[in-house]
Design a binder for this molecule. Structure first.
Ligand code: MN
Length: 255
């Protein structure tokens, strides 16, 4: 019997230890193909490379490095390297959380979303920075992938999985919370006296809302947030915020 296929990627680069630790655990129950960026591409979001060539390097058996973004890796992996649509596209394990609005910036989450857009289930896995016992923590991610392979989720499903720094046997199904950052733009001077800018401050806590991924992690549990990709605000379609002067609204019936 053919084993299920799992495509693994990440945004920390093909040599990231957490990627290889998770891929090794998944190999127990699935055929694994790894296609990952040749270098660190965190916060690449859903970028794809349309205006320059991509180079693919075979770095080991069923292991490839690509000179592109995490989404390039999944795109090319599924369309060029996989002999069938993977059951699951796994991204990570990322070195650092992806909680709340992080999902919009994250290359880790974007790679899982790309898998979902292409007919697989997508699972994004992230672990607290400087984790105490990464190998043990990553066993939780492997258990999620194992369950998703054994009992397939509908194509298009995305799970955003976060694991606390200290490994836990507990997990919670959560909603995306709101993570806060010390929003910052630093202005400095280069050696020629011209200004340059550095955006992004460190984490500054989260809204303390029960049931969110942020709070589950703060309490030391693993978190699984199911996401869907339909960003439409259906309530707003039903009840538009205003009428536009000089134009008339055409009333349709949204699907
Ligand atoms: Mn990363």
């Amino acid at each position: 019997m053919t084993r299920p296929l799992v495509l693994c990627s990440n945004d920390d680069g093909v040599d990231a230890p957490h990627l290889n630790a998770l891929a090794a655990l998944i190999e127990d129950f699935a055929d694994v193909l790894v296609v990952a960026p040749e270098r660190q591409r965190s916060a690449a979001s859903h970028a794809i490379t349309l205006h320059k060539p991509l180079r693919l390097t075979e770095v080991g058996p069923r292991r490839f490095a690509l000179s592109g973004t995490p989404v390039d890796c999944v795109y090319l992996g599924i369309l060029k390297l996989c002999d069938r649509v993977p059951a699951v596209v796994v991204s990570g394990v990322n070195d650092g959380y992806n909680l709340g609005s992080d999902v919009f910036y994250s290359g880790t989450v974007a790679a899982a979303v790309e898998g979902a857009l292409r007919g697989a289930a997508g699972i994004a896995c992230s672990l607290g920075p400087r984790a105490e016992d990464p190998d043990r923590a990553i066993r939780f991610a492997a258990a999620v992938v194992r369950a998703a392979v054994a009992e397939p989720m509908p194509a298009g499903t995305v799970l955003n999985v976060n694991m606390p720094k200290t490994p836990s046997d507990g997990y919670q199904w959560t909603v995306l919370g709101r993570r806060l950052y010390a929003d910052d733009v630093s202005e400095r001077r280069d050696p020629r006296g011209r200004p340059y800018y550095w955006v992004g401050g460190g984490p500054a806590g989260h809204d303390d809302v029960e049931g969110t991924d942020c709070v589950a992690i703060a309490r030391g549990w693993n978190s699984i947030t199911p996401m869907h990709l339909d960003l439409t605000d259906r309530g707003r379609v039903d009840q538009p915020p205003w009428a536009l002067e000089g134009f008339h609204v055409v009333v349709g019936s949204p699907p």
